[in-house]
Design a binder for this molecule. Structure first.
Ligand code: ARG
Length: 500
């Protein structure tokens, strides 16, 4: 058996050109699926033995050899080198080196690298999705506890980055929590579609051997099989879905990052990053730069690019396995890992950022944003139509702005005088009504609509989200528990054949 240079599979072919092999080989990037590959192979061999396709003695030897390799991987002792096409050829070659071709040569029975690599990818994405899921839930926890802490810290909500309406920091945080909870739902449902076993599809159309596909699926903790063998080896939509979910989530994180970057400027001064998450300048001693958040913004661009690259890779390849698919694997790992670390960075940021309540309150007090509530008060208490009130309040804001006065300083007589001028009618607005319509704290208590920036609505939403988050944690725990149970079944099945 010639080690390497694609030797294992070249029964028909002469030796491969060295440069061509290095162009072709995925060995280096297969580090990511090394453990998955061994685990999948073990499950396959257990099944071959249980089905009587290979003798128990041979299966035992193969399984022990695989366990030895797994141990080496865990010790960091297995080097991915030696001119193999990929991890699949390397692992099989190592087993054959140890046991000889008569015994070791049975390991790949009934399997193709096509269903094998599809399996490895599903196993790896599954692990990454679980990590992402957990990291996202941790960020959700931070958003929720921070919202509880900042329940009545006022802030201006923006549209077009111009003052829009006044509200609370807590509601801003809850908005992103809701977005994140949907991101988590997307990951969950993607997990459920990813968690199906393609093994047993063989090259593309199945096998004449009595392979037990369900058993392999059970051993590896999958919720069933990808039934159609052509679908099983051809499809990567689960990966595209994971990438899309990651890109959508990153896009949201990037917007939070952008908000924090803007609000931490001296011009806004709404919040301050902790030193532990800020960067200095090599020349400007005063600097406190939000580099982590800028990088998060950039990594979002990268993840979007990796999604676009993966979609482009998929769109033109013929049905079945094509080697193009090999190039898609590193894009998936990279995108999901960048997303995972970004989630962790954002969780730290949300926990440690300091909101400057005084500055936020001052901005709210000075803002013309309550103009909308004043408009509503004029409709309710002075019998004006929306358009009349809009004209009147717009006129008032223009005037106050020219005089450098805040909306809060508006007097009832000024309003009445303006009504005669602008609308040609006289209105009476009782002073206490006007006061309530332009006083920020009062305004927020008067908000009546579901999900609005009122303390009572935010409190209600907080409670509901706490409940939703608890349920989301419970679903993750259930999935993790299923995997643990499957792992026990796997280990028992392996022990039964290959006593160590
Ligand atoms: N290294 C390949 C990949 O990553 C494994 C599958 C190769 N299959 C094949 N029929 N050549 O996709």
């Amino acid at each position: 058996m010639s080690a390497g240079r694609g030797g294992l599979y070249r029964s028909r072919l002469e030796e491969m050109d060295e440069e061509a092999l290095s162009y072709l080989s995925s060995l280096a990037e297969d580090q990511e699926i090394l453990l998955e590959d061994i685990e999948g192979t073990e499950a396959h061999v257990i099944m071959l033995c249980e089905q009587g396709i290979i003798p128990r003695d041979d299966a035992a030897k193969i399984l022990l050899a695989l366990e030895e390799l797994r141990e080496k991987v865990l010790q960091g002792e297995l080097r991915l080198e030696g001119g193999y096409e990929d991890v699949h050829e390397l692992i099989e070659s190592k087993v054959i080196e140890k046991l000889g071709i008569e015994v070791g040569g049975k390991l790949h029975t009934g399997r193709s690298r096509n269903d094998q690599v599809a399996l490895d990818i599903r196993l790896r994405i599954r692990r990454l999705l679980l990590e992402l899921w957990r990291a996202a839930l941790k960020l959700a926890e931070e958003l929720l506890s921070r919202a509880e802490k900042e329940l009545e810290t006022p802030m201006i909500h923006y549209t077009h980055l111009q003052h829009a309406q006044i509200g609370y920091v807590s509601q801003y945080l809850l908005a992103h929590l809701d977005h994140l909870l949907r991101d988590i739902e997307r990951m969950e449902s993607c997990y459920r579609r990813t968690n199906k076993s393609p093994l047993g599809a063989c090259a593309v159309a199945g096998s004449t051997l009595p392979l037990n596909r369900e058993l392999v699926a059970r051993l590896l903790g999958f919720d069933g099989v990808v039934e159609n063998s052509v679908d099983a080896v051809s499809s990567r939509d689960f990966a595209l879905e994971a990438l899309s979910a990651a890109a959508i989530m990153m896009t949201n994180l990037s917007r939070i990052a952008e908000d924090i970057i803007i609000w931490s400027t001296s011009e806004f001064g709404y919040l301050e990053l902790p030193d532990s998450l800020a960067s200095p300048s090599s020349i400007m001693p005063h600097k406190k730069n939000p580099c982590i958040l800028e990088l998060l913004r950039a990594k979002t661009a990268k993840v979007i690019g990796l999604l676009a690259g993966s979609l482009a890779l998929m769109k033109g390849i013929p049905t079945g396995y094509d080697r193009d698919l090999q190039e898609g694997k590193p894009m998936i790992w990279e995108a999901l890992k960048e997303t995972r670390s970004s989630l962790m960075m954002m969780a730290k940021t949300i926990r440690l950022v300091r909101f400057n309540a005084d500055r936020l309150r001052e901005a709210v007090e000075q803002s013309y944003a309550p103009a909308i509530e004043l408009t509503e008060a004029l409709m309710k208490h002075a019998g004006l139509s929306l358009r009349e009130a809009h004209k009147l309040v717009g006129y008032m804001v223009k005037l106050l702005h020219e005089q450098g006065r805040a909306l809060k300083t508006l007097k009832p007589e000024e309003l009445s005088a303006a009504a005669s001028r602008v609308l040609g009618k006289s209105i009476i607005v009782p002073p206490e009504i006007l006061e309530r319509a332009i006083e920020p704290a009062e305004i927020m208590r008067q908000r009546m609509t579901l999900g609005s920036a009122s303390p009572q609505e935010i409190r209600r939403m907080l409670e509901k989200r706490r409940e939703a988050l608890n349920q989301a944690w419970a679903r993750l725990r259930e999935v993790e528990n299923n995997l643990l149970l499957a792992r026990q079944f796997f280990e028992e099945s392996l022990e039964k054949i290959a006593k160590k």
